[in-house]
Design a protein around this ligand. Sequence first.
Ligand SMILES: Nc1ncnc2c1ncn2[C@@H]1O[C@H](COP(=O)(O)OP(=O)(O)OP(=O)(O)O)[C@@H](O)[C@H]1O
Ligand SMILES: [Mg+2]
Length: 259
Amino acid sequence: MTGRERRKKVDRLTFLSAMAGGLVHEVKTPLSTMSVNLQLLKEEWENPETQKEMRTLKRVEILMREIQRLEDVVNDFLHFARGFSLEPVPSNINRLIQELVEFMNPEALRQKVRLSVFLDPGLPEVPLDWKYVQKALMNIIHNAFQALQDLDERAREVLIRTARRPDGIEVAITDTGPGIDPERREKIFQVFYTTKKDGTGMGLPVVRRIVEEHYGTVSLHSEVGKGTSFVLFFPFDEAEEGENRESPDNDRGVKKGTG
Ligand SMILES: Nc1ncnc2c1ncn2[C@@H]1O[C@H](COP(=O)(O)OP(=O)(O)OP(=O)(O)O)[C@@H](O)[C@H]1O
Ligand SMILES: [Mg+2]
């Protein structure tokens, strides 16, 4: 590609992302009007007495749920179009995970999944935007919970493990679910690829995007019938790398995963 062609492509992408951002904004306003009005409608039918009233309430609830779904998709899409504005701060990822696990424990209980953590106590800090990294982890954990639903309750396990690497830190989320066959392993990161009735296919693309915005990588290990691990790698902040690095003697040269 020549310099001129490349500039043209960049211009086109900038234009498209501005347009997508604008479109999403236009869609969001009517969606929120619909949502508010449906909420009011629902309140009016709060105590249905006849069959007809019950049916109406049910339909209003379906509409509300679908609108919520649209709002979620549109928000994810907006993130893609505009890019994320990350505000990373030096963090110990163990603390971020503990906070997230506390938040997700009730759901794990409801879904009858054993959610456990194994945190490396000697982790150095890496720059993380908590809100986004928690969102990425949450998307992966949600997928794991969903993947476990066809299993016997006793076999439903999710483990979150952290570990230090020579050039950064690693988080692995492992489930005991059905696994992902090799043909689907790249597809699952594509926007709108889903195998679920109610799925959108935005979860993993958002994960990859968030991790890459942190200069990290996502890799996947899966064995059909056994389970799946998503491994996120976050590198040290280059400016502070000197302070964080272990001495070369301790550097065992563990290779980082690739996406
Ligand atoms: N832990 C897992 N085990 C098995 N399959 C998985 C796992 N995680 C993801 N997948 C597969 O990858 C697909 C894409 O996942 P992704 O999170 O991007 O979208 P989704 O979960 O289908 O929809 P949503 O937008 O609601 O997250 C899933 O539909 C599922 O087929
Ligand atoms: Mg998902």
